[in-house]
Design a protein around this ligand. Structure first.
Ligand code: G1P
Length: 352
């Protein structure tokens, strides 16, 4: 069993931050989103992993992950030259995959319980494809599965206007080599991409067996600012209450306050993740706050936010529901209402 992790998406809904930081490397609980995905893959016993990168953001991802040894993985990098869709990403991975069975994991999806249960389900019945489904409030944003009375997958549609069920396709799939034939027999969708959803539908049309597994735990698809803040909240919260059992592989979310953090007259409300080298004075931090290495907060309150490495917040301001890139400066000269920020690295904000 091999794995491919798709990290070539541009993250347009996360601009401006994704101008400087690939979305898969945005820190949540002081770890990059992608590192949780890799932990879950390692946790499921897979070693050979192909990371699909784009020519733009690939360099940063390579720099961050290296050869994968820190997770006990052997990582190969595969460049997807054009954003041709998820099935196109499988196509460009063909040489890496050979005829192996494989897990396909979208590098911005976080799943409670990891992928080991999925792989166990696949090993037990050896279908040609296995999809993970999750009931959602607005299925029109996703690929949607229609099941028959026995729970077998009968049809899959990508972002349907009128969904036939509320079961969305989560970004983790398992396939045998048969999916390559299916991909060779589909054309681009209305958005000009080779959709993995269409390839799975093609597998069904070819008479192959596709089974589904319903995820009951949380699923975080980290495509927008609010999604990232929710992921931060869920990961900090789940690590604070329960470690390995519920989260499988997500235990390494760094909760608490690092030993060398300087704290003077502060109120800290759990859960938080405060990395080494932070300086906190006359402030209130939390709940649901991640501060990267060397962040300074003086005289301010920060709640439900991620402040990345080296950022400074000074003065009487309440920073809430915010994501602030590295080395930014927020200065409040007088009292103002709460601010909600979404800033790229090296930003500067002065408040009246
Ligand atoms: C992709 C898939 C979709 C799936 C979703 C999960 O959508 O095409 O079927 O439900 O990932 O994150 P995209 O993120 O490309 O819009």
């Amino acid at each position: 069993m091999k794995a491919i992790v798709l990290c070539a998406g541009k993250g347009t809904r996360l601009r401006p931050l994704t101008y400087s930081t690939p979305k898969h490397l945005i820190p949540v609980g002081n770890r990059e989103i992608l590192s949780y995905v890799l932990m879950q893959i390692a946790d499921a016993g897979i070693r050979d992993v192909g990371i699909i990168i784009s020519p733009d953001s690939g360099g940063r991802i390579r720099e961050c992950l290296g050869d994968g040894e820190q997770w006990g993985l052997s990582i190969s990098y595969i460049v997807q030259e054009v954003p041709g869709g998820l099935a196109h990403a499988v196509k460009v991975s063909r040489e890496f995959l050979g005829d192996s069975d494989f897990l396909m994991f979208l590098g911005d999806n976080l799943i409670e319980g990891g992928v080991a249960p999925l792989l166990a389900g696949f090993a037990a019945s050896r279908p040609h494809g296995l999809v993970l489904l999750r009931a959602v409030a607005d299925p029109r944003r996703f690929g949607v599965a229609e099941l028959d009375a026995q729970g077998r997958v009968v049809r899959l549609v990508e972002k349907p206007r009128e969904p036939k069920s509320n079961l969305a396709l989560v970004g983790a799939y398992v396939f045998t080599r048969d999916v390559h034939d299916a991909i060779d027999n589909i054309g681009p969708s209305w958005r000009g991409e080779l959709e993995i959803t269409d390839a799975i539908q093609k597998l069904l049309d070819m008479g192959k067996i596709v089974v589904s597994h319903e995820l009951k735990g949380w699923w975080l698809d980290t495509g927008t600012k609010d999604d990232i803040l929710e992921a931060n909240r869920v990961l900090l919260g789940s690590s604070a209450t329960d470690q390995r059992v519920a989260v499988a592989g997500l235990a390494a979310c760094q909760t608490g306050v690092a030993a060398d953090v300087s704290v003077e007259s502060c109120e800290i409300v759990d859960p938080v993740s405060i990395a080494r080298g932070c300086v906190l004075r006359d402030c209130c931090i939390g709940p649901n706050v991640s501060l990267g290495v060397g962040v300074t907060v003086e005289g301010a309150s920060v709640t439900n936010s991620i402040l990345m490495e080296g950022t400074q917040v000074t003065g009487p301001v309440v920073v809430e529901d915010s994501i602030v890139g590295s080395r930014s400066r927020i200065v409040a000269h007088g009292r103002s209402g709460p601010v909600k920020l979404f800033l790229d690295n090296d930003s500067s904000v002065e408040l009246g």
